[in-house]
Write a protein that binds this ligand. Structure first.
Ligand SMILES: NC(=O)C1=CN([C@@H]2O[C@H](COP(=O)(O)OP(=O)(O)OC[C@H]3O[C@@H](n4cnc5c(N)ncnc54)[C@H](OP(=O)(O)O)[C@@H]3O)[C@@H](O)[C@H]2O)C=CC1
Ligand SMILES: O=C(CO)COP(=O)(O)O
Length: 322
């Protein structure tokens, strides 16, 4: 039988979404690129590698055959942002006339493009949407209450909202696809900075300052790229910034925390904020985006932690607004 939803990318997030949707009664096919990983998940009815402890419900099938998942009219793309172009390019024929819901949070290095913009380049005319907002994969998989933004341009938003929402996964519809993606991408950079601040022992007051000034920075950059301010105040911006900057379940936050403590970060994890910081900083004005540029410089070891702190604190005094 034709699935309702295909999920491409069997990492923590793709697996969690597949579990939640199957629990809500949808027929879901989860695609992993690795044949052995797909077989192991199918046998264990669990993604032991990426999301241990979350059992697969009935209605969730696993495959390494992209054609099987792509029978569904709606495909969730849950791979790291830097791999999205490769995924879409390799399977363009299967993706061409499907609703493609980008679930990744980041900016492509080199092009500065958002996920739906990458999809639009690789698959001209692609029907895209964005699912984003504050949610840890483990929470979604365990059926904990979660509210997310589903951003859809043009027609079909309500139908997609109804298809993907469930009792515990509450979806708010938005139409500002660009704004929803900028919020989700940039909060990861600020979360790295928040982790650095706490890891270094600069204190919770400093983190609150950084989150607030970081949010102002997100607003400046995102609005200069076409985002609406109201979108940034919502789940995809403010909501996700709060979650990611305040929880050590966040990989971005933990990455920063390790750097702040002078430890080596875990480079096996997907930490989207690293590439996003570099993608933004490569042609940014440090006066407009001081935190993002400093995070990039710190990650590249162009400045020390003490230098980064002093450089940020010694900037000329300014008005809070503007
Ligand atoms: N985890 C979370 O709580 C949340 C994550 N997100 C976002 O979801 C996206 C994915 O993150 P997450 O699932 O956590 O990452 P993970 O590190 O858990 O998994 C990444 C997955 O992507 C797969 N992958 C990588 N490259 C490709 C490729 N070229 N083709 C196909 N599959 C590929 C990996 O496969 P393999 O194992 O073979 O390498 C792996 O299954 C990120 O943008 C993240 O910001 C959003 C909200 C919450
Ligand atoms: O996007 C997320 C929460 O909304 C997941 O955060 P991390 O990628 O930092 O783990």
């Amino acid at each position: 039988m034709r699935p309702d939803i295909g999920v491409l990318g069997a990492g923590a997030f793709g697996t969690a979404l597949a579990i939640a949707l199957a629990q809500a009664g949808k027929r879901v096919v989860l695609w992993a690129r690795d044949v052995e990983q797909a077989a192991a998940m199918a046998a264990a009815r669990e993604n032991v590698a990426r999301l241990p402890g979350a059992a697969f419900p009935d209605g969730l099938d696993v495959t390494a055959d992209v054609a099987m998942a792509a029978q569904a009219p709606v495909l969730l793309l849950a791979v790291p942002t830097q791999t999205l172009r490769g995924l879409a390019g390799a399977h363009a024929a299967f993706l061409a006339d499907r609703r493609l819901v980008a679930c990744c949070k980041g900016v492509e290095l080199g092009t500065g493009l958002l996920p739906t913009q990458v999809l639009g380049q690789v698959i001209p005319g692609a029907q895209t949407a964005v699912l984003t907002g504050p949610s840890f994969a483990a929470d979604i998989a365990r059926g904990k209450p979660t509210a997310l933004t589903l951003a859809v341009e043009g027609a079909g938003g309500e139908a997609l909202q109804a298809a993907l929402a469930s009792h515990n996964l509450r979806l708010y519809l938005a139409h500002d696809v660009v704004g929803a993606q900028w919020g989700g991408a940039l909060k990861n950079v600020i979360a790295i900075a928040a982790g650095v601040v706490l890891g270094a022992g600069f204190g919770e007051s400093a983190r609150a300052a950084l989150m607030t000034r970081g949010f102002a920075e997100i607003g400046r950059l995102a609005q200069s790229r076409g985002a609406q301010a109201e979108t940034l105040w919502g789940l995809s911006g403010f909501g996700d910034l709060v979650l990611t900057c305040t929880s050590d379940k966040s990989r971005n936050f933990r990455h920063g925390q390790a750097i702040g403590r002078g430890e080596a970060p875990d480079l096996t994890q997907t930490v989207e904020g690293v590439m996003t910081a570099h993608a933004i900083a490569q042609d940014a004005d440090p006066d407009m985006l001081p935190v993002t540029c400093m995070v990039s410089a710190l990650l590249r070891e162009q400045v020390s932690l003490e230098q980064a702190k002093d450089l940020l604190l010694s900037r000329p005094l300014r008005n809070e607004r503007g």
